[in-house]
Design a protein around this ligand. Structure first.
Ligand SMILES: [Mg+2]
Length: 418
């Protein structure tokens, strides 16, 4: 049964390839009218591995509070791009950027984005992953913006995609909400915004098999399905809650009510547990949002711990590394549904990624919680219409960082010295 399930997922993942276009080389205008031609991500990246002849001479961080830090990278001809450090404790990551990342980036050609990412990881091999990747994301995403602006192409067009509306799932972040209230608000959002998919939270974060309160998960799963009907896709996130036996029991309940995606059922570092759950269930098991070690990703994919890969563009170290995860997954026939749990620039990066990769899942994560910490950061704001969000058009990421937001931020600068 498991082989059949995986076979189905493989064909489903590859079936999404129809939206892709051939990639323009850097400096060319995007050719959005070309008919689709299958081209693996690796092949498309090859087209972009072109030196620009420029040199990165300045990296600035603009940090506000602890959640957000925007990065501007400037080249020696004055061209620039904006990116963002991974949210949360971004003020710490900004320090890491100036101390541990900037020395590996200043003086480099922005066209060497892959070598830059690798150098940042290897130079910090004694400080692996989390904060190094969070800081690297700021530089990597700013370089992609610079390359897009220079080519007068959106980032997704550089990668062979085209800006278009992307279907999203409304992602609940709440475990404190009662099942009946959750079902009512999701039904309201379905009617108001046209969402065709939602994700709810089951169990407790790193919960050792415990629920947020006894019986919540068992009540939530059928209550939400009943309120939304059979035509809405339903996803559930365990946030590392369960050991295998309990995860399988919850997974069966999800299957009984037609849910399609069971995320992070077990502590995410317990790959064998997650693989055991994935092998036992028909429902697709998803995971990987916390993972930023590409070798760990390779193991996860090879052992089929998950059916759906979920790199977070910001946690994993930027678009370049997220593309590598997506490419590994595509090769294995797995679909990619990145983690993108807030509306800071991570949502913009993820839209571009999904508009370009051949194995994009059917829906992108889009929070339904109101948050004010990303407010006024950029425009145009991302809006849901008919259950879809448009990839911002225009060069680079297609968004403008508000000067008023930058003006209120703490600015730090690293300059290149020859
Ligand atoms: Mg999750």
């Amino acid at each position: 049964m498991n082989t059949h399930r995986r076979g189905f997922l493989k064909s489903a993942a590859l079936g999404t390839a129809g939206a892709l276009l051939a990639a323009p080389a850097l400096g060319d205008a995007p050719e959005t009218t070309k008919p689709f031609a299958w081209q693996p991500v690796e092949e498309r990246l090859k087209n972009l591995r072109t030196k620009t002849g420029l040199k990165i001479v300045r990296i600035e961080t603009f940090t506000r509070g602890t959640n957000l830090s925007v990065v501007r990278v400037t080249a020696d001809d004055g061209s620039e791009g904006f990116g963002q450090i991974s949210p949360f404790d971004a003020d710490l990551s900004a320090q890491v950027l100036h101390r541990k990342i900037a020395p590996c980036v200043l003086g480099a050609d922005p066209g060497d984005f892959e070598a830059i990412a690798d150098r940042c990881i290897e130079a910090n091999y004694k400080f692996p992953w989390s904060f190094v990747c969070r800081a690297l994301t700021g530089v990597d995403t700013a370089i992609w913006d610079l390359l897009g602006k220079r080519a007068k192409a959106s980032v997704c067009a550089l990668l062979g995609g085209a800006p278009r509306p992307i279907a999203v799932y409304g992602s609940s972040m709440s475990r404190s909400i009662r099942p009946a209230d959750e079902a009512a608000r999701l039904a309201r959002l379905r009617d108001e915004k046209g969402f065709t998919a939602f994700k709810v939270r089951v169990g407790k974060v790193c919960g050792h098999d415990q629920d947020e309160w006894p019986g919540r998960t068992e009540a939530l799963i059928p209550t939400v399905r009943k309120a939304l009907g059979d035509r809405v896709a339903l996803l559930a996130d365990g946030n590392s809650c369960y050991r295998p036996a309990k995860a399988i029991a919850v997974g069966r309940l999800l299957e009984d009510h037609g849910y399609c995606h069971f995320e992070e059922p077990c502590p995410y570092w317990e790959l064998e547990w997650t693989a055991e759950v994935a092998a036992a269930l028909r429902i697709a098991v998803a995971g990987g949002e916390q993972d930023n070690d590409l070798a760990q990703w390779r193991r996860m994919i090879r052992m089929r711990a998950v059916d759906i890969v979920q790199p977070d563009v910001c946690y994993v170290g930027g678009l370049t590394r997220a593309l590598r995860v997506a490419a590994m997954a595509a090769e294995a026939g797995l679909s990619c549904v990145p983690h993108s749990a807030n509306l800071s620039l991570v949502a913009v990066f993820t839209l571009h990624l999904l508009a370009a990769i051949p194995n994009a899942g059917p829906h992108m994560e889009f929070t339904i919680e109101s948050g004010d910490w990303w407010k006024d950061l950029y425009s145009p704001a991302l809006e849901v219409h008919d259950g879809r969000v448009a990839v911002p058009e225009g060069p680079g990421w297609g968004v403008t960082i508000h000067p008023t937001w930058l003006a209120k931020a703490d600015r730090q600068v690293s300059n290149w010295r020859s």
